[in-house]
Ligand binder design. Structure first.
Ligand code: XIL
Length: 771
């Protein structure tokens, strides 16, 4: 016997055969038309593989065949066995070994005019076909395009908020920006802040030297593109040359400040809408004592002019450009003692008649740690002083150290953001914009500090709305969706139908749709179309679903999942919605069980988010981790999450040793301890390649109730049958019992006369089950 162990190879279009005899290898007849080199391609869980097949037949009619195979990142050499030629057809086999496991793939080919039609099968139920040609096929599509997820933009962010506030970006445009970047900036943003070129050290490097080249260019470019300009910044402790303070004589320093402001703000009078007059005057940190004071930073300005320097700066700015909106700008002033100090300072400025109009909350935040409540309170606090508020330097970073501006410190390498990171960031941005929109009467402008994840001082932390290649990120979509959510005009605009109905919405009481959510990128949602039935006592339990082959689409399981949803469940399945209808390379991208956990976080957050359609409609205490084949392992992998109520493993089981499939979760039998609620296995009988592994799992689990069910249909299950076939009935009975406490449904499984016991097509074994 060639096979040391039976292996569960994920649900690919192929299935395994394990019966091999020694076959007679001598050909009946040879055919010259088959000799030579052929090229063909096969899909595999590892990606597209191109076979360059060489067939030779000697005078005695013995045939040999070998190939070079271009796989994802290697060229593999294959010597085929059992090569047989019969007139215009041939057959051969490929034996692959992974560790101590051996797989056999059978090929048969037949001449079809000038080509060779090849079928390959990994088991008894047919396989893949490919036409081999004498010419080289086109190269496989490029793997791994830059965006992690594709985000479609149906509304520009600046338009989505045009009735609320300006949406801007920072940068010293246009010089050194690409045409594509300039286009992006002008298209999406309504305002610009010069990131560096208007700062004292750049524009006024010496008392008698000004450099207006870049500032003039910026103003011109912004005007040409109809963008509002915000000036940044007149008086600051950083990026300010020492000559301002030379001699340290207060009168001289004051004169220099005045001249600086007069010249700069005067030059652009009427062209700039607003100015950051004083930047970052308050100390960091602080405590309950400093909270009662202004806690001013010990800058050269403070040292030479005293606390009056702020009032002076505002007065000079007002004189230089009477119509400009004048800002005090700072970071972290929304929280803690620094916020308290900012209130003390601003109250003093207002009382002293400093011509201040507005406060800039810079908004350099970190994903997962955005102080939403503080931000909202700070906005209302500042408004209570009669001041307008802008978010002037918004960025929400994703973990990792910054590589500095444009990645100059690239040695601190940048890790690409995961889908979860991007979704979490999108959620943070959406929540922020919900706050800004709520306070649109106070908020003047929200400006992102940079243009894309390359043009940011937080390079490597992926903080902005576009990635380094100018592709929009999920955050863009989530922000725009938020604007749409209560914008009447947007509501009236016809929306392209995004939702899909499978089999008329299923047979349950609640016609189901398949949909997606902008803040849950990369996942497909199956749910009742009309959610109104779930606003009261009845709520939707949650199903987390991983796919066969850990594929990035629920396509193969759509009948089954839609049927379940129609009985009043919400399913969050791995894979973007568009892959349901049109599978492409994306559907083969690797997926990860952490996507299921992130989806659970998401739906729990939706349940309490009053802007969400799911608000108050989800039973967040009832969660099933489910999946088929490779996806079943993903379900097992997340089963130790305390929020998981039950696990349903379909056509799957933990492998005895490491799988050859890179995408498969690496689990050992130890991981079965992760189960902490009742477990159901739905299997395909002995011909299911995962059967042995699943039965072995069943024999090992003693610490929770566990049910093993089998219908003799093999690894493929019944998912593709109308309404998901018999698997749907069994799964639904389990889910109704476990997640909706429906005792009647328990009859499917419990007792000697359970429905499955009485059903001759099914077998059932149970352990620790309540009787
Ligand atoms: C940053 C720029 O983005 C960087 O390019 C520069 O090297 C340093 O300054 N608060 C501010 C901005 O007010 O001016 C800072 O901009 C970021 C923090």
């Amino acid at each position: 016997m060639l096979f040391q162990s039976i292996v569960f190879f994920c649900c690919i279009a192929l299935s395994a055969t394990f019966t091999l005899g020694q076959e007679n290898t001598s050909p009946k007849q040879s055919s010259e038309s088959l000799t030579g080199t052929w090229h063909c391609q096969f899909d595999s869980p590892f990606g597209l593989q191109t076979y360059h097949l060489h067939v030779a037949i000697n005078d005695a009619g013995d045939a040999t065949a070998h190939a070079e195979v271009d796989a994802r990142d290697e060229v593999r050499k294959v010597e085929f066995v059992n090569v047989k030629v019969d007139n215009d057809s041939l057959s051969f086999a490929e034996v692959r070994q992974f560790g101590d496991q051996v797989f056999r793939i059978e090929y048969s080919g037949e001449r079809k005019k000038k080509d060779l039609a090849i079928t390959r099968s990994f088991g008894e139920r047919g396989g893949q076909k490919s036409l081999a040609t004498r010419e080289l096929p086109k190269p496989p599509p490029k793997e791994d395009p830059a965006p992690v997820v594709e985000v479609k933009i149906d509304r520009l962010i600046k338009d989505a908020f045009k009735d609320s506030f300006l949406v801007g970006m920072a940068g010293d445009l246009p010089s050194r920006y690409s045409e594509e970047e300039l286009k992006l900036a002008a298209e999406h943003f309504a305002a610009i802040t010069p990131e560096n070129c208007m700062k004292p050290e750049r524009v006024h490097p010496a008392e008698d030297r000004w450099d207006f080249e870049r500032t003039d260019a910026l103003v011109q470019w912004a005007e040409k593109n109809d963008m509002t300009i915000h000036g940044h910044t007149l008086v600051w402790h950083a990026q300010t040359p020492n000559w301002f303070f030379e001699g340290r004589d207060p009168e001289t320093v004051k004169r220099r400040m005045k001249q600086h402001i007069e010249t700069l703000a005067g030059r652009y009078k009427g062209k700039l809408q607003s100015w950051d007059v004083v930047n970052e005057a308050i100390n960091d940190g602080g405590n309950s004592e400093t909270a009662k004071t202004e806690n001013l930073r010990n800058s050269d300005w403070l040292q030479t002019l005293g606390p009056e320097f702020l009032t002076l700066a505002f007065k000079f700015a007002r004189q230089a450009d009477p119509d400009a909106v004048l800002y005090y700008n700072d970071y972290n002033i929304e929280s803690g003692p620094k916020h308290a100090s900012s209130m003390v300072l601003l109250e003093r400025l207002v009382a002293d008649g400093a011509p201040i109009d507005a406060v800039g909350i810079q908004g350099h935040w970190r994903s997962g740690r955005v102080p939403f409540e503080d931000i909202e309170k700070a906005i209302t606090d500042y408004a209570s002083l009669g001041l307008k508020v802008s978010i002037t330097e918004l960025d929400v970073t994703i973990r990792g150290e910054s590589g500095g501006q444009f990645g100059r410190r690239r040695f601190r390498s940048s890790t690409p953001p995961s889908l979860n990171d991007l979704n979490a960031q999108a959620d943070d941005y959406a929540r922020l914009f919900a706050i800004f929109k709520k306070h649109e009467d106070v908020i003047e402008r929200v400006t992102f500090w940079g243009l894309n994840d390359r043009r940011t001082w937080r390079w490597g932390q992926h903080p902005l709305l576009f990635d380094g290649n100018n592709n929009p990120k999920p955050a863009y979509a989530s922000i725009v969706a938020l604007a749409d959510s209560d914008d009447d005009a947007a509501k009236k605009a016809p929306e392209p139908p995004k939702n899909v109905k499978i089999e008329d919405g299923g047979q349950g009481d609640y016609s189901a749709i398949v949909t997606e959510a902008p803040t849950l990128a990369g996942m497909t949602i199956y749910r009742p179309e009309d959610l109104s039935a779930f606003a009261g006592e009845k709520k939707l339990p949650v199903l987390l679903w991983g796919n066969g082959a850990c594929a990035n689409t629920t396509e193969e399981h759509k009948n089954f999942l839609s049927e379940i949803a129609s009985h009043g469940f919400i399913v969050l399945g791995i894979g973007p919605l568009d892959q349901l209808q049109q599978r492409n390379e994306t559907s083969r991208q690797r997926t990860n069980s952490s996507q299921l956990v992130a989806a659970l976080d998401w739906i729990i957050a939706q349940d309490t988010d009053e802007n969400s359609i799911y608000c108050g409609k989800i039973d967040t205490t009832k969660v099933a981790a489910m999946g088929m084949s490779c996806g079943g392992l993903q379900a097992i992998e997340i089963s130790d999450d305390p929020r998981v109520t039950t696990t349903v493993v379909c056509n799957s089981g933990v492998l005895p040793s490491r799988s050859p499939m890179a995408a498969m979760p690496i689990l050992t039998k130890e991981d079965l301890k992760k189960f902490h609620g009742p477990v159901l296995y739905i299997m395909g009988g002995p011909s299911d390649i995962a059967y042995k592994n699943a039965m072995d799992d069943f024999s090992r689990v003693d610490h929770v109730p566990i049910v093993m069910t089998n219908l003799d249909v093999g690894h493929e299950g019944t998912y593709r049958q109308p309404h998901g076939g018999e698997y749907s009935s069994v799964a639904l009975a389990w889910l109704n019992w476990q997640l909706k406490d429906d005792k009647a449904s328990a009859k499917m499984f419990v007792g000697d006369d359970s429905q499955l016991k009485r059903n001759p097509d099914w077998t059932i074994d149970t352990k620790n089950l309540e009787q």
